[in-house]
Design a protein around this ligand. Structure first.
Ligand code: SF4
Length: 451
C-alpha cells in the first residue's frame, strides 16, 4: 500500500473532474424547463432562498429570451448567483420547496436555469451593474470570500471605495478553495471574482492576512468602517493517538491542495478512510476516489438519520463507490515506520438526544479495524479563536458576536458569514455580506449626519 500522486492519465483526471451538473445543451432545452414553471404567486422557491432571488421572475425572463434581465434579477439579489447555481444544496432550498414536489413530479431545475443565465453574464462580461459616483468614503473588507465580496459589491454600487484584504492568492474563499473541483472549477471561480470586481471601486490586496500583514487597528484608523468576513477557521483535531502519522490529512487541506496544486500533484492512498459525513467529508471522499484511490470508506459515528450531509450528497459518494460504516467513531490510528496502516474505531450505539435534538453516540465496547494507508479527517472546523480574541472582538468560542445590525463590539467594525455563524452555505454568506453592507451604509450615513 502506498500514498502516491500522479496515478491517472491526463484524460482520466479530466473525465473524473468534469462538471457534475452539465448545463443545458441548447436554448430549446432551457425553454422547455422554464416553461414548466407555474410562476406561483407566493413563490415558495423564493422564500426558501437565503438571498430571496425572485425565482419566478428570472425564469419568466428566460421564457421571453430576456437573458440579460434574468441574469440581473439573479445577480442583483445574489452577486454569486453563478457559483451558487453550482454549489447550493438546492434539494433542501429552492428546488426542495418547488410546488411540483407536492405533485410528485420533478421540481423545476432552478439551479440549472440560474446557471443558464448567469454563465452567459459572466462569460460575456455583461456590465449589468453601475456604481454611483464616488462618495469619498472608504471601507476595508477582510476576506474575499462570499461574504466579503457580496458586501464589497453592494457598497461599491453605492459609491463607496472598497479595499479587500485577502490572505490567499485568489479570491472566492470557500468557493475557490473549499469545494470539490467537479462541482465548480477554479477557472469559473476566478471568472466570477473578476465579474464582481469589474464593477470598479473594489481593490483586492492578496496575501494580506489579519494578524500578520494587516492589523484591525490600522484598518480602523484608515477606513470609515471595517467588515470582517474571514471564514470559519481551522480543521477540528480528533485528539486520538496516531494523528500525527504520515498519511493523516485534514479534509480542508486535501481539498485546498486539489484546487491549488492541480489533480496530479496531490497524493492519495490506495485505501482511504474519511472521518465525518458533512459536505466536506463527501467532497474529500469522492475526490480521493477520483484521484485514483482503490477503496474509500466513510466512517460516521451516528446513523443516516442524523447525518449532516443531504441525501443527494450521500448518493454522490455512493455513485463513486465509496463505502460507508455507520455508528463508528475513530479511537486510534496505528502505523508502521511512521506511516498509517490501520484505523481502529469504536462501535457506537445511539443514546438519548442531545441539545441539538440528535441522539448521542455511546461506545458499545466493541471495536473494528480498517486496514488503510490514508486517513482524511473531516470532523468539522473550529473558529479562529486566538485571532478573534487577540483583536478584542466579543465572541463565543471564536465565533464573532454581532448585534442585529451586524455590528461587533468595536464601533465601526462589522462582521458576517462563516466567522459569525460557524459555517453555513455559500448562499448564507452572500446574504450576510448584503446585510453587512446595509448596516455599514446606515452607520456611515448616521456618522455623516452627526458631522
Ligand atoms: Fe416555479 Fe416551482 Fe417556484 Fe412555483 S415553486 S414559481 S413552479 S420554481
Amino acid at each position: 500500500m502506498a500514498i502516491t500522486n500522479n496515478r491517472l492519465t491526463a484524460e482520466q483526471y479530466e473525465q473524473n473532474f468534469s462538471d457534475i451538473h452539465p448545463p443545458f445543451d441548447s436554448r430549446e432545452a432551457a425553454l422547455v424547463d422554464a416553461n414548466r414553471c407555474l410562476f406561483c404567486y407566493d413563490a415558495p422557491c423564493t422564500k426558501s432562498c437565503p438571498t430571496s432571488i425572485n425565482i419566478p421572475k428570472f425564469i419568466k425572463q428566460i421564457t421571453t429570451d430576456n437573458i440579460k434581465g434574468s441574469a440581473y434579477t439573479i445577480l442583483d439579489a445574489n452577486i454569486m448567483g453563478g457559483g451558487c447555481s453550482k454549489v447550493c444544496p438546492v434539494e433542501k432550498l429552492c428546488e426542495g420547496s418547488c410546488v411540483f414536489n407536492l405533485m410528485d413530479e420533478p421540481p423545476i431545475p432552478i439551479a440549472k436555469l440560474q446557471r443558464y443565465s448567469t454563465e452567459k453574464a459572466i462569460d460575456h462580461k455583461w456590465p449589468l451593474f453601475q456604481r454611483k459616483p464616488s462618495t469619498g468614503r472608504k471601507v476595508a473588507v477582510i476576506g474575499a470570500g462570499p461574504a466579503g465580496l457580496s458586501c464589497a459589491h453592494v457598497l461599491s454600487r453605492e459609491g463607496i471605495d472598497v479595499t479587500i484584504f485577502e490572505k490567499e492568492r485568489k479570491g472566492g474563499g470557500l468557493m475557490t478553495y473549499g469545494i470539490a473541483a467537479y462541482k465548480v472549477t477554479p477557472e469559473f471561480c476566478e471568472d466570477e471574482v473578476n465579474f464582481i470586481t469589474s464593477l470598479g471601486g473594489i481593490e483586492i490586496k492578496y496575501e494580506q492576512e489579519l494578524g500578520k500583514n494587516v492589523s484591525l487597528a490600522d484598518l480602523q484608523a484608515n477606513y470609515d468602517a471595517v467588515y470582517i468576513g474571514i471564514g470559519v477557521g481551522v480543521a477540528r483535531q480528533l485528539a486520538i493517538p496516531g494523528e500525527d502519522l504520515a498519511g493523516v490529512e485534514d479534509a480542508i487541506r486535501f481539498i485546498y491542495d486539489i484546487r491549488e496544486k492541480g489533480y496530479p500533484s496531490v497524493p492519495v492512498g490506495d485505501r482511504v478512510a474519511v472521518i465525518g459525513l458533512g459536505m466536506t467529508a463527501i467532497d474529500a471522499a469522492t475526490q480521493a476516489k477520483r484521484l485514483g484511490a482503490k477503496e474509500v470508506t466513510i466512517v460516521y459515528r451516528r446513523t443516516q438519520a442524523e447525518m449532516p450531509s443531504t441525501e443527494v450528497e450521500l448518493n454522490l459518494a455512493k455513485l463513486d463507490s465509496c463505502s460507508l460504516i455507520w455508528l463508528a467513531s475513530p479511537k486510534e490510528i496505528k502505523g508502521e515506520n511512521g506511516q498509517v496502516t490501520q484505523l481502529i474505531c469504536n462501535v457506537m450505539e445511539l443514546g438519548v438526544p442531545d441539545t441539538s435534538g440528535r441522539r448521542t453516540p455511546i461506545e458499545t465496547g466493541e471495536t473494528i479495524t480498517l486496514n488503510v494507508d490514508m486517513v482524511i479527517k473531516a470532523a468539522g472546523q473550529v473558529p479562529f479563536e486566538d485571532l478573534v480574541d487577540s483583536n478584542q472582538l466579543n465572541n463565543w468560542k471564536g465565533k464573532i458576536a454581532i448585534d442585529s445590525n451586524c455590528a461587533t463590539n468595536i464601533p465601526g467594525v462589522f462582521a458576517g458569514g462563516d466567522c459569525v455563524n460557524g459555517g453555513k452555505e455559500v448562499v448564507d454568506a452572500v446574504q450576510a455580506g448584503k446585510d453587512g453592507a446595509k448596516a455599514i451604509l446606515g452607520f456611515m450615513y448616521k456618522e455623516r449626519a452627526s458631522e
